[in-house]
Ligand binder design. Structure first.
Ligand code: PLP
Length: 400
């Protein structure tokens, strides 16, 4: 890909720092697309992975199960609210959403309902890069507008932010519920689609609508899961239990690819049958890879042992203090913070290549996209390092 800033060669990582081949050290403001929540190279995760590597790096998950996966599934079920207790492992966020969509669609087929094959998703959303997940991303703002016309057709509508918008959404759902398998939404923060925030009340209303029309509710917590918005899972802030939830990214503390699609008991029961055609039609080769499960179990240990949510609250307070002055700068449209997510939105997309170069010159690794300059640091970042990141944002953002 021809870019204004060719990729830099990373040589090693530690904590919140990336060392380049040429010896430069960058403070990481985005934790490798918000995965490395404990910072890079946490010794506890490294030890768990190296012990698992010696014991059993991989074994197929068809006809066989193993302790790291069973333990991880039990721990996730215990952490998630309600009866979200049936865990299907895959290897990336996109695939976890694919599986959720397939699960919701097959749920209805298994129940003998053939027409409920459409998803309702929201503008500003991002759910992945595979063909089906592309079809439920924002059609304009996503990375996929080129593919309009070749993607499966689902309903992508405005997220109902207030009561009036919700009434319109209700009318829409009443008209279409007979063909809708599920509503799919990123809870509290629509991430890669634009770092857009919404209130927990929006999710409560969606839960009510889904119940009223007998539609499943899928929450994509690939971005928000594991503390990023201030609670372990964003759905906790709304006090709702989705029918299906997807997790990935920080699941392994950012060390390797792993994802989970977790269903409530009533969804699972539609698949629990003597009829082989009722089994969930998915089975990726590397599902529940033991190394990745060991990393994820070690990551959950760290959430238990160390006060990650306290760190997120401290990061939120510091981001609010230190990014707020950006609001007065020329070319800034909005400044917003939720949990360990700080966003400066510009009036218009800047020259991104030049902006990225200026950030690297300042010794920080921040990756603006479109009109968004954002920080999603490791929860373990030192306050001084976070200040260096916010200093850099304040320095580069004035765009006239
Ligand atoms: N869902 C959400 C909410 C995401 O933020 C992302 C990635 O940014 C995905 C799904 C896709 O995950 P992956 O890139 O691991 O396929």
């Amino acid at each position: 890909m021809k870019t204004a800033m060719p990729p830099l060669r990373a040589a090693s990582t530690q904590g919140s720092r990336i060392t380049l081949d040429d010896g430069r050290v960058l403070i990481d403001g985005i934790a490798s697309w918000w995965t490395a929540c404990h910072g890079y190279n946490h010794p506890h995760i490294a030890q768990a992975v190296s012990q698992q590597l010696a014991r059993m790096p991989h074994v197929m998950f068809g006809g066989l199960v193993h302790e790291p996966a069973q333990r991880l599934a039990q721990r996730l079920a215990a952490l998630l609210p309600g009866d979200l207790e049936r865990v299907f492992f895959s290897d990336s966020g996109s695939v976890s959403v694919e599986v959720a969509i397939k699960m919701a669609t097959q749920y209805w087929l298994n129940c003998g309902v053939r027409d409920r094959v459409k998803l309702v998703a929201f503008r500003g959303g991002y759910h992945g890069d595979t063909l089906t997940t592309m079809s439920v991303c924002d059609p304009e703002e996503g990375m996929h507008s080129l593919f309009a016309g070749v993607l499966p057709q689902h309903h992508v509508v405005g997220l109902p932010h207030d009561d009036a918008a919700h009434e319109a959404f209700e009318r829409f759902l009443a008209r279409h519920a007979h063909e809708v398998a599920a509503i799919l939404v990123e809870p509290l923060v629509q991430g890669a689609g634009g770092m857009l925030f919404h209130d927990a009340a929006v999710l409560r209303r969606l839960r009510r609508s889904a119940d009223a029309h007998g539609v499943l509710l899928i929450l994509d917590e690939v971005f928000t899961g594991f503390g990023r918005t201030g609670s372990l899972f964003a759905c906790e802030q709304a006090g709702i239990v989705p029918d299906i939830v997807t997790l990935s990214k920080a699941l392994t503390g950012g060390t390797m690819g792993l994802a989970a699609t977790i269903a409530r008991r009533h969804v699972f029961e539609a698949f629990w049958s003597d009829d082989p055609m009722h089994a969930l039609m998915h089975g990726p080769t590397f599902m529940a890879n033991p190394l990745a499960c060991a990393a994820a179990n070690a990551s959950l240990d760290l959430f238990e042992w160390e006060d990650r949510l306290g760190q997120v609250a401290a990061i939120a307070a510091q981001l609010e203090d230190e990014l707020e002055p950006c609001r007065a700068l020329p070319g800034v449209r909005d400044v917003r913070v939720r949990g360990a997510i700080g966003v400066v939105q510009l009036e218009a997309p800047p020259a991104l290549g030049a902006l990225k170069c200026r950030l690297v010159e300042r010794g920080v690794w921040i990756r603006p996209f479109r009109d968004i300059v954002y920080l999603t640091p490791a929860f373990t970042i030192a306050p001084d390092d976070l200040s260096r990141l916010t200093d850099a944002v304040r320095a580069v953002v004035p765009i006239s």
